[in-house]
Write a protein that binds this ligand. Structure first.
Ligand SMILES: [Zn+2]
Length: 410
């Protein structure tokens, strides 16, 4: 009997350990698609970090853009590197052996990212940047009471601007969803996707074709969306209908096509019009690879995001009146840069938070129209990003009545 009890106790301890790891993963890891397991964590901790195969990385050569800051703001492009803390930018610079394109942007401030829950998740962070309010983790476009608050897409549409959301994760993922949806749960991806379509966002490019089913498909058809699933068909889109591209069942990782920069360039072509646009572009998978303690994968996603920054700055240079903001929703990974680091020192051991988000301030880099006139302080709250974009757009387009395009939790 004693032996039986001792075996039973061992089982309970083992089960308890696994349960704890799973619970930690669910609450702390930002992303629904992360497949980090207890065993992969312990392996990463026990083995010596492997050298990176940096030959696979194709960085865009550093170039400084000189965008005019004088014009009133006609277009806003908000670029978000999910989980892109300052140190992963520095790690990328060391491995590249040169500055990233985003590091050539002159106007920079630091951003505080905490939500009402403490260290933020991507949902509360997106809500802060979109709606200008602090809310609880998991909440999208709603305040702490669950009441809907005007999103950036709704704000822009009320002023007659076109709108677009481009991401390398599934489209209803937290960051794009916070720009348009109202729900007190980020996990209801099918519903969030329907909200995006009901809001008639003009351009939606990303992953997540698994959500284009049933009600979503009917909504897309009735709201006059053209739906494509590969790069070739995306490039043929002419904007005569609203544009919906879902290029992977799940996220669009690494070298999968279309790249973030190709999707972004096409979105700019489709959105460009006399009455301006608001476009959000997210390098979504930086965070996912950081949560997996995968430096090589993270750098690949950083390279993809920086290439998209290059596309945007190049476009904005030729289209005065465009405000470009490049920032992150939070830091992930507790990334450290070893002292006097060379490329060989940048590896999986640079992650120190077990893949969790941290409360470290992130960088915001701003270029183009009014970019030297956005913030009074050197350190701002993430809610100030929404307020600054709205202030500039209001100067150009005037005030408009708040018109919510979806009810909360429907
Ligand atoms: Zn995030």
């Amino acid at each position: 009997m004693k032996k039986f009890l001792s075996i039973l106790l061992s089982f309970v301890i083992i089960l308890g350990f696994c349960g704890c790891q799973t619970a930690t993963q669910t609450t702390s890891t930002d992303e629904t698609t992360s497949n980090k397991t207890a065993s992969s964590v312990s392996q990463a901790e026990e083995t010596i970090a492997p050298a990176l195969d940096t030959d696979k990385l194709e960085w865009v050569d550093f170039k400084e853009y000189n965008l005019s800051t004088e014009e009133p703001v006609k277009n806003v492009i908000l670029m978000i590197g999910d989980g892109m803390g300052e140190n992963i930018i520095k790690c990328s610079e060391i491995v590249k052996g040169d500055k990233l394109i985003m590091q050539g942007i002159e106007n920079t401030v630091y951003v505080k990212t905490d939500s009402l829950s403490g260290t933020t998740d991507s949902a509360a962070a997106s809500t802060a940047m979109s709606c200008g309010i602090k809310t609880e983790n998991q909440y999208l476009g709603v305040d702490e009471n669950g009441d809907p608050v005007e999103t950036m897409v709704e704000f822009a549409k009320a002023r007659g601007l076109k709108t677009g959301l481009v991401a390398t994760q599934v489209l209803p993922h937290a960051t794009p969803a916070g720009m348009v949806c109202h729900y007190n749960a980020r996990s209801v991806l099918n519903t969030l996707f329907k909200q995006m379509l009901r809001a008639n966002v003009d351009v939606l490019f990303g992953g997540g074709s698994q959500y284009y089913t049933g009600g979503a498909e009917r909504t897309a058809v009735s709201n006059d969306y053209e739906y494509v699933r590969d790069e070739k068909d995306m490039l043929k889109m002419d904007g005569s209908k609203k544009s919906l591209g879902m290029f992977a069942y799940d996220g669009i990782y690494g070298d999968k096509t279309p790249s973030l920069s190709t999707m972004t360039e096409k979105a700019l072509e489709l959105l460009n019009n006399d009455n301006g646009f608001f476009l959000m572009v997210e390098g979504s998978n930086i965070d996912i690879k950081e949560a997996d303690l995968d430096m090589e994968g993270t750098l690949k996603e950083m390279q993809s995001f920086d290439k998209a920054v290059n596309s945007v700055l190049s476009w904005a240079e030729n289209n005065p009146g465009t405000l470009v903001i490049v920032t992150a929703d939070h830091e992930t990974g507790g990334v450290i840069v070893p002292e006097n680091a060379t490329a060989e020192d940048i590896n999986n051991d640079c992650f120190t938070s077990g893949g969790e988000h941290t409360s470290t301030n992130v960088l915001l880099m701003a270029a183009g129209a009014q970019s030297d006139n956005l913030f009074e302080e050197d350190t701002i709250e993430n809610t100030d990003i929404s307020k600054a974009m709205r202030k500039q757009l209001n100067k150009t387009y005037g005030e408009a009545e708040v018109k919510l395009l979806n009810d909360a939790n429907v």
